[in-house]
Design a protein around this ligand. Structure first.
Ligand SMILES: [Fe+2]
Length: 286
């Protein structure tokens, strides 16, 4: 098993050749600030982390999340009692239909500042199934021809909150906020070709809520958007996070897409989620 020797104080084990790593040997609640810095460095490198052996609950997740930065806000979901920054997602064994997050997406991509980090902790995880799948938007960029990058560099994506409530409302156990109208009417511009503020690596900012490109119609935009989404979900750009008990999953939200796998009927799954404030996506230098 490959261990990344660029990290000495924490154990970093890559999950695939494209993105994702398992982290062992850290205590994010009581560990010192150097541990948090190293995990953040691993996150910038791998974008998706499965931090194993974390004994968390809502209060401890709150403390861990706030060590990585202020809460991003969440205009869609009602938080848990006592914690403004934590949402509890519950799937009971006899629940049917889609699971939350079943389509490939980026969390809150239609905000001016989409969350920089999403954290998910499994209070109850199925013994098998219920993985979360991720894909790297940096690998999508790397896979494009120079001419395609040039074309996309001239485009601005329009990301809309339209339909977000409808997608969430089919989850009968998920309490939603009263902001429906504001969310439905939110449209935000993001450059299509962006760069990571720390690593400088370029990525394609695309998600399912990109309705059209600025100055173009939805009909004109859809083939380009669909091409990028199809490119993004190619398996060689993916990793799969398996939720063992005591796993804290965290991801660099704007640099990946993710999808919840609906393959655990008959099992209960209870997750706590918190998000960390991100930056306004930055257009890549030409
Ligand atoms: Fe999500």
């Amino acid at each position: 098993m490959l261990r990344d020797d660029r990290f000495e104080t924490i154990e970093v084990i890559p999950i695939t050749g494209s993105l994702g790593a398992e982290i062992r040997g850290v205590d994010l609640v009581d560990g010192d600030d150097d541990v948090v810095s190293e995990v953040r460095r691993a996150l910038d490198e791998y974008h998706v982390l499965a931090v194993r052996d974390q004994k968390l609950d809502a209060e401890r997740l709150h403390r861990v999340a706030r060590r990585f930065g202020p809460f991003s806000g969440n205009p869609v979901h009602t938080p848990m009692d006592g914690f403004d920054d934590i949402v509890r997602f519950v799937r009971e064994p006899d629940d049917t239909g889609k699971v939350i997050g079943e389509e490939w997406h980026m969390d809150l991509a239609w905000l001016e500042k989409p969350p920089g980090i999403t954290m998910l902790f499994g209070e109850v995880v199925p013994p098998v199934g219920g993985d979360t799948c991720f894909t790297s938007l940096e690998k999508v960029y790397d896979s494009l021809s120079p001419r395609m990058v040039e074309l996309l560099s001239g485009l601005t994506g329009m990301h809309s909150g339209r339909g977000v409530f409808a997608v969430n409302a089919i989850q009968k156990r998920l309490p939603l906020t009263a902001n429906m109208e504001a969310v439905e009417n939110t449209v935000v511009e993001h450059p299509v070709i962006c760069e990571h503020p720390v690593t400088g690596r370029k990525y394609v900012f695309v998600s399912g809520v990109l309705t059209h490109f600025k100055g173009m119609t939805e009909d004109e935009s859809r083939p380009i958007r669909d091409f990028l989404m199809a490119r993004a979900i190619r398996p060689e750009f993916n990793c799969r996070l398996r939720w063992e008990p005591n796993t804290l999953g965290m991801w660099n939200n704007p640099y990946v897409l993710h999808t919840a796998i609906n393959d655990y009927p008959g099992y209960r799954r209870v997750m706590y989620r918190s998000t960390v404030e991100g930056a306004v996506p930055r257009a890549a230098a030409a």
